[in-house]
Design a protein around this ligand. Structure first.
Ligand SMILES: [Fe+2]
Length: 318
């Protein structure tokens, strides 16, 4: 696709009016991309519905048009984010359109300052969206992606952490910080070899030791950054700790684990179980909770796990 200078855009992020800004292309398997709709020809809502019903999740646009489209989304974000006449799916999809590539790049470039800045913006938008009383957990569960990319995992953990924290009674400022912390929680994985992170099959002891370094690596990256709060730092450092002290990297116990890290721990494991992994298919929310219940009170805070189960099982079809 790069040969044609075209890049994908999620159909779910498009409104008919957006299409006037750019030519839209379609690509069928093993074929060259074809012009689907010139910018001068109106795209209608029924066209978008039709694309979705055919299972077409992405169209393609020219790189230059994408820059213009992203600028437009950025300039109008406060309007579309709070516009409850727009679907939650459209708004989530636009947040992803704005951030998935730039955040992934900043993580890969090992640029913590850029990653923190972008994660902060993402956190602000995410918490604003989820603070909208009309946006319910059910909508969120249905629109989040479950593929296997660092951005998808981190953004899902962020969305879930905010949903859970909101249910636990946290206020808007905390929710915004928790959203950002959720996105950054695995930032230490930058230091871990991709081949280990995506290895299909069992890890050997040396590989496990590598993986277990990521909370400390994340802590190192974030601890000197002035815009990272203590709670966010602890989400990164302590999200693999367990109440019974058998977690890592330190093995601290219940009262020493920051409440935001306990939230992050629950939604991190839930997200990992219910998403695609290189070595297995996603499992249902119900099965995930059966597995997680075995560690209730030993790994997971019972109150937090119960709250997440209630919120999820009441609404989700993950
Ligand atoms: Fe992690």
């Amino acid at each position: 696709m790069a040969d044609f200078g075209l890049i994908p855009i999620a159909v779910s992020s498009l409104q008919p009016t957006d299409a006037a800004m750019m030519d839209l292309y379609m690509q069928r398997e093993n074929a060259e991309p074809q012009l689907y709709r010139a910018s001068s020809v109106p795209l209608e809502q029924r066209d978008l519905v039709n694309l979705k019903s055919r299972g077409i999740t992405h169209l393609y646009i020219k790189a230059a048009d994408r820059d213009a489209y992203q600028s437009y989304l950025r300039e109008t974000v406060d309007e579309w984010l709070k516009d409850s006449s727009l679907s939650v799916e459209l708004r989530v999809s636009r947040i992803n359109e704005l951030f998935s590539e730039s955040i992934s790049k900043s993580f890969k470039k090992e640029d913590p300052e850029e990653a923190i800045k972008l994660s902060g913006e993402f956190g602000r938008l995410t918490s604003t969206l989820l603070n909208d009383s009309q946006v319910v957990a059910e909508d969120m569960m249905q629109v989040l992606q479950h593929d296997y990319t660092t951005f998808t995992h981190s953004s899902n953990v962020s969305y879930y952490a905010v949903m859970l924290a909101k249910e636990l009674g946290y206020g808007p400022q905390d929710l915004s910080e928790i959203a950002t912390g959720g996105l950054l929680h695995d930032v230490g994985k930058i230091e871990i070899d991709d081949r280990i992170l995506t290895k299909p099959g069992k890890l050997d002891d040396a590989e496990f030791r590598q993986i277990r370094r990521h909370p400390t690596e994340g802590f190192r990256k974030l601890c000197k950054q002035p815009n990272v709060s203590y709670g966010q730092l602890m989400m990164t450092y302590q999200h693999h700790e367990r109440l019974d002290g058998r977690g890592y990297p330190v093995g601290v116990t219940a009262e020493e684990i920051h409440p935001w890290a306990k939230i992050c721990c629950v939604v991190d494991v839930f997200e990992a179980l219910t998403s695609h992994r290189p070595y297995r298919q996603p499992i249902s929310a119900e099965t995930a909770f059966q597995i997680m219940s075995k560690d209730n009170g030993t790994a997971f805070d019972p109150e937090i796990l119960r709250c997440w189960m209630q919120l999820t099982l009441k609404t989700a079809n993950v």
